[in-house]
Ligand binder design. Sequence first.
Ligand code: 6PG
Length: 466
Amino acid sequence: MSLLDVGVYGLGVMGEAFALNLERRGLGVAVYNRTVERTRQFIQGRARGRKIQGFTEVRDFVNSLSRPRTIILFVKAGKPVDDVIEGLVGMLDRGDVLLDCGNSHYKDSDRRFTELASKGIRFLGVGVSGGEEGALRGPSMMFGGDYSAYAEAESTIGRAAAVFEDSRCVGYFGEGGGGHFVKIIHNGIEYAIMEAIAEAYDFLTRGLGLSSGEAGEVFEEWGRGELRSFLVEAASKVARHIDSETGRPLVELIVDEAEQKGTGRWAVEAALELGVSAPTIAAAVDQRTLTTLRSLRRIGPMPERIEGVRNGEAVEAARDALWATTLLSYLQGMGILDAGARTYGFKVAEALRVWRAGCIIRSKIVEELYRELSNAPGEPLAVSLKSNLYGLEESMSGWLRFISLASTLKIPTPAVMSALSYYLSLRAEKLPANLIQAIRDYFGGHMFKRVDREGYHHSDWGRRLE
Ligand code: 6PG
């Protein structure tokens, strides 16, 4: 029996799709799943007639691979990944490569990289984005870990990735958990954009009285312009989808509680730890949590229509608000990336490059941000803000109008509002932080800097403490 090129461990939705993708790119694939039945179903079903071989024993799976072996894990993040690695490690040889393609926390990947390196195993933590379709046809792949393993994987496994204008959406983001760090920030941005789209949907339907289908048409229209993106396109499709059993829009039959697996929260935690402001990402995570408090959501009346507002004008305002919020969500994510890049040693532009196709947050805005950043290198947030100042100022009146109308209609818009105050703070020549510094000094003697003198100062603020 000839040896196979690569092993896929874990046949969930992503594992199966990626195994099929790898095989289509000319690789011989070994697959293993903890439950034997799943492997059998896959081999007899979608993998039938392909160069994909299933194994029921881990040892046989490992031994079926050519050396150095390459094993890709598609296992639930957290302890399951550690358990699988522990089970595999004794069967591997020095130089073999383990790739974790799940949504693992980057700190876990830092740890696994070091632990496995001490055993001679080359570890790669890989952020894979694009959902099932991406895994099958071409995801965006963010690698971190052992560089020599990356260099090899880039030309083999990398063939399975999405391509944007001849450039493969595969990148290396430093040792340890660099790849997973970039993926976690990707997901934070994903949360923020989805929340902003949901706020626009709420405004269009509950606020302006459009049907879900009509909102879907508005999204489709927006998706042809500056808001062209996978997520707006997804929104346009799901909003128009009719449930075949009831004949009603399926989206209206879905319980309005958003779930989350934790990657958005990790992005916010990373922002807090690194001292970066990312209020829209935080608002999106927070709002998902808030939606689960359904029993408390029965107090206020439904929004009323506002007289004298033309739907056309309000829809345009919503579009401007969504564009500005989306752009600023990317900018906040880029701010976190930039801080993390100092630890992992990568370029923010490189993340934008691999996000141009395959991933969930691919969009016209990403393409433009990448272009801007590669043409004018500098501090990413400053460069992007400068390049987009005109657009942000232009969208301001619609953005404010959207917030004002939505608030009048009692429709919450935390993402759009947070993006506005983020932007207003960045463009303000003066902020009232001087008062905060004064009060800190008043009650705690924390000292303050003065505009007219060097150094730190303290005042007794006219009080005499005995
Ligand atoms: C992707 C997605 C993918 C997954 C999220 C969903 O890039 O392909 O981000 O990784 O859809 O993990 O996360 P939640 O379940 O937390 O929404």
